[in-house]
Design a protein around this ligand. Structure first.
Ligand code: 3PY
Ligand code: MG
Length: 360
């Protein structure tokens, strides 16, 4: 029977100060175990243990009742490795999630000085998401605000990105506990929060998105925690709330009025201007060259920069994105996959038809 070796196993050795783990034979490593070994500079070697090595493996957490006869128990859920007492014994938990590309945390990008590029996904289907996931964007933003997709669909779309180099941000439809905690639990790499208006909205967002003692987000064996396999991190990582990436939209007059307070929110990693709704709220819908709008956008740019916050903006096309990057913006969401498709086709069908008809 081949053993599986999970992140919790690595952490258990690490807590005992072991850097080089000696085992009789090489176990199957889950991708999280491999990542953790790498991060902690640890290694597994096979062969006889020197006298100083612990004789048995310090298993952090195993299923309480492993099947008899040496059968392999499947990890995941509260009944699995996550909360069982350290007890030693054979490693039997198996990771349920398929291995994906070894991407660094999205946080490393969001908090870097890299100019980020993404597009909205409006088609509620994993095939389109996966397809766009190979275009070279840093991320796609699954837009559940303006499209008919609920968490079940969004989860499948996020799963489809796992084998692409692209991250999955999710724009939730409204500010509610179900949407914020739910989208994080299904594994969104970042959340985009629309229609924020007041400091009360900001306080609610903080409460829903952060684990205690900062907020009241509930913990559970969700996809985010490998269905329970890696939920022990909630106990071992004192700074676990910092793994949550929150991007807040500035697209209302009220948000502009409260900007000095809003930019001080420490749990927000980036802001994002929605020029469509902002112009709508200002009574000048889609007048994108109106100085009232452009001055407001640049005021928001100045205020966020002064507070040391990164700022993104919606761009209608690639030229608009070039323009915003040149003005110091850190991230652009360049329209949507449907708009990009439409612009590739626009005029071409009619042009070819006219040519064919002219040649008759
Ligand atoms: C807006 O322009 O209102 C947006 O939300 C763009 O994403
Ligand atoms: Mg908007």
């Amino acid at each position: 029977m081949q053993n599986f070796f999970t992140r919790e196993d690595v952490l258990a050795y690490h807590q005992q100060g072991v850097q080089t783990i000696r085992l009789d034979s090489m176990p199957i490593l889950t991708d999280l175990a491999r990542e953790t070994l790498q991060t902690l500079g640890m290694e597994i070697v096979t062969g006889a243990a020197p006298a100083a090595q612990p004789a048995s493996r310090p298993v952090a957490s195993r299923p309480a009742a492993a099947p008899s006869g040496g059968g392999s128990a499947v990890g995941g859920g509260y009944g699995s490795s996550a909360f069982a007492a350290p007890s030693g014994g054979p490693v039997t938990a198996q990771k349920l999630t398929a291995p994906g590309l070894n991407k660094p945390a999205f946080r490393d990008l969001i908090c870097s000085d890299k100019k980020l590029m993404g597009t909205f996904i409006g088609t509620p289907h994993p095939v389109m998401t996966e397809f766009v996931g190979h275009f070279g964007f840093d991320f796609v933003c699954i837009d559940a605000e303006h499209n008919a997709m609920h968490l079940e669909t969004v989860q499948k779309m996020l799963q489809s990105l796992k084998a692409t180099p692209t991250y999955g941000m999710v724009r939730i439809p409204t500010l509610s506990y179900e949407n914020v905690a739910g989208a994080l639990d299904i594994g969104a790499d970042a959340l985009l929060i629309p229609q924020i208006r007041t400091m009360d909205d900001i306080r609610r967002l903080k409460d829903y998105s952060q684990y205690p003692p900062i907020g009241h987000r509930g913990s559970g064996p969700s996809r985010l925690w490998d269905y329970g396999d890696s939920i022990i991190q909630l106990a071992t990582d004192q700074d676990i709330n910092r793994t949550t990436n929150i991007v807040v939209q500035l697209e209302t007059v009220q948000a502009v009025e409260h900007i000095d307070e809003i930019v001080q929110s420490d749990f927000i990693d980036m802001f994002f201007i929605g020029p469509g709704d902002l112009s709508m709220d200002m009574g000048i819908f889609a007048q994108f060259s109106n100085p009232r709008l452009t001055d407001t956008i640049m005021l928001l740019r100045e205020k966020t920069a002064r507070a040391g916050k990164r700022l993104g903006i919606f761009a209608g096309n690639f030229d608009a994105a070039r323009n915003w990057y040149a003005k110091g913006f850190d991230m652009c969401i360049i329209n949507s996959e449907l708009a990009l498709l439409s612009s590739a086709v626009a005029g071409e069908v009619g042009k070819l038809r006219s040519e064919l008809e002219a040649g008759k």
